[in-house]
Design a protein around this ligand. Structure first.
Ligand code: UDP
Length: 562
């Protein structure tokens, strides 16, 4: 079936259950942004010029909202609890729906079981019917539930799963055997998925797929009116929970010398002690009203927590300048409780690395808060700086739909290259046959063409400096690491093409390979495709890196990827 863009979101709202505050929040958000979604769908439809798009049957199982996983979020929606995940799920639902796919949404184990065709009470048995979905969007909690209730079928169908995973999962943590052997500990389990099946909130590592969320986009007239009505001495503090203000008296006092400070901190009856009397606290605001406040404010200021949320993008989109602390040393799962147990060793260089690296000045300033003078100078300079509201294309409704469209039509984790082929020196892009365990294997199967998205024409390989990851290496060349291309460069002759003379070329399981060790001139090839990793680095190795070009404002897609 061909998917047709939708022109109305109301039937999506009917598909989302009710009762829970979290669902109410998501529905309100979808309703509030519906005009933007509609317009974006029209624009994308024109851009794609009637191209064929398969309509997919999609199950969306929001695991963290199920009672069975404890649902700690719903009761805190109106009390300053985290909302980022709900923002993201609401936007994923809206985007999938607007793209014209057929959706089933579940937020309880019972609904999940009945959607999958597991008779209640049957527990851990294989499904009797074939899976009636092409894709399943879920999260770590949901995946755990599916594993428990699909039995062996989970293994069979896991290639259909897409895991919405805010902070990302690096390949070394995803691979059960490797992670266990080498101490890549996670609280979230080892799932042996293709790392691109994990979908992140920001483009953290290209090992995962960046799905994102959206922020409100202003048109020219709205932008002008926002710029005219800015109050140059008005600041809003980032932090809806009082605990985020703890120990920040010093900064608040400095800020108070120059600006009128507003907060949106949840409180029950009295002002929380962490919020000084000179702050105008509005209490937790509905999203709509927060946007209004941001339209007036000049400065949106972070004190280090929460990490990597949606609010700074909303602030910048409404013409604020975001001021945030630099973290030196960077925070990560190795040194900070918040990240401990998360399946990534990513180093977080500031409260919001995306705005630091992808947006930067004049919209976002990252400074050392330990240096009071630097902090105060930044505040003063920001008050004098004129900026326009800015939203990167990838965070607009059209950008998000464009990216999801490309993933849905092109990403295929069910047809993969048989792992036996990784040790060959053959060029696996051309059809061939190979004797594996006594039978001839023909590649590609059924005479189809091998998966070739992103198109190979966008690839450019580079050798990293020792100690650099492929993320950094590609970035240095104005490119982005593309994990799907690792298979193409995991070959001895590629080392030769780079004039690297190998004394030996072993094939081993290591998330840093393919790589070259300068000290004894050894080359290493990757034995297990699940371990291909853009993120890994080690001072001993120069890595072979597959990079590709990308669209301006849409880093997830190469120029010819649409
Ligand atoms: N938000 C809100 N009212 C407020 C403060 C924040 O509705 O008073 C919303 C905000 O619009 C954003 C969401 O909360 O979309 C999540 O914001 P944050 O960046 O704080 O991330 P979190 O830590 O909640 O995931």
């Amino acid at each position: 079936l061909q998917a047709a863009f939708r022109n109305d979101l109301s039937s999506l709202l009917d598909l989302i259950g009710s009762g829970k505050e979290s669902l109410i929040f998501m529905k309100k958000r979808i309703r509030r942004l519906s005009a933007q979604w509609l317009l974006a769908a029209q624009n994308l439809e024109q851009k794609l010029m009637g191209r064929w798009r398969d309509q997919k049957r999609i199950l969306v199982h929001i695991g963290f909202l199920t009672e069975e996983s404890g649902d700690v979020f719903s009761p805190r929606v109106l009390k300053g609890g985290p909302l980022g995940e709900m923002v993201q799920w609401a936007d994923i639902l809206a985007a999938l729906f607007m793209l014209g796919h057929s959706l089933k949404i579940t937020v309880s184990l019972k609904e999940l079981q009945s959607s999958l065709g597991v008779p209640p009470g049957r527990g851990n048995c294989p499904l009797t019917e074939p899976l009636s979905f092409d894709l399943i969007y879920t999260d770590y909690h949901g995946m755990q539930q599916m594993k428990q209730h699909m039995g062996l079928s989970f293994k069979k169908y896991r290639c259909h799963v897409r895991v919405v995973d805010t902070f990302g999962t690096e390949p070394a943590y995803n691979h059960e055997e490797y992670a266990t052997l080498h101490g890549y500990r996670t609280n979230w389990g080892y799932w042996n998925l293709n790392p691109q099946q994990f979908m992140t909130m920001f483009p953290h590592t290209p090992d995962n797929s960046f799905v994102g969320f959206v922020s409100e986009e202003l048109n020219m007239t709205e932008k002008q009116s926002v710029m005219m009505n800015k109050v140059s001495n008005m600041a809003v503090v980032y932090g809806k929970d009082a605990s985020m203000w703890k120990g920040k008296e010093k900064f608040l006092a400095i800020l108070n010398k120059h600006m009128e400070i507003h907060g949106t901190v949840y409180y029950e009856s009295q002002r929380p002690p962490e919020v000084p009397p000179f702050v105008k606290n509005h209490g937790l605001l509905p999203q709509q009203e927060l946007q209004q406040l941001l339209k007036k404010a000049k400065l949106f200021i972070g004190f280090g927590f929460p990490y990597e949320g949606p609010a700074p993008l909303e602030a910048i989109a409404n013409g604020c300048i975001f001021l945030q602390p630099r973290f030196e040393p960077p925070h990560s799962s190795l040194n900070h409780d918040f990240f401990r147990g998360k399946p990534t060793s990513r180093e977080v260089s500031s409260q919001h690395p995306y705005v630091e690296h992808f947006i930067g000045e004049p919209h976002a300033w990252t400074v050392d808060y330990n240096n009071s003078k630097q902090f105060e100078d930044a505040v003063k300079a920001i008050m004098r700086t004129k900026v326009e509201p800015y939203l990167p294309y990838e965070y607009t409704c059209e950008g998000m739909m464009e990216r999801l469209h490309a993933y849905i039509q092109h990403q295929d984790f069910c047809t993969t290259l048989p792992s036996a082929l990784f040790n060959t020196t053959e060029d696996v892009t051309t059809p061939f046959s190979l004797l594996v365990n006594g039978t001839y294997l023909i590649w590609p199967p059924h005479g189809s063409s091998p998966p070739s998205w992103p198109p190979k024409s966008s690839m450019k390989a580079w050798v990293s400096e020792a100690g650099h990851s492929c993320i950094e290496t590609c970035r240095e060349h104005g490119l982005i690491c593309e994990p799907s291309f690792f298979g193409l460069i995991n070959k001895r002759r590629v080392f030769e093409q780079f004039n690297i003379r190998c004394n030996s070329a072993e094939s081993e399981m290591n998330h840093l390979y393919p790589a070259f060790a300068e000290n004894n001139k050894e080359c290493f090839l990757q034995k297990d495709s699940l371990l291909f990793s853009c993120a890994g680095y080690n001072s001993k190795y120069q890595r072979l890196c597959p990079c590709r070009d990308y669209r301006k404002g849409q880093v997830a897609l190469c120029r010819d990827c649409l």
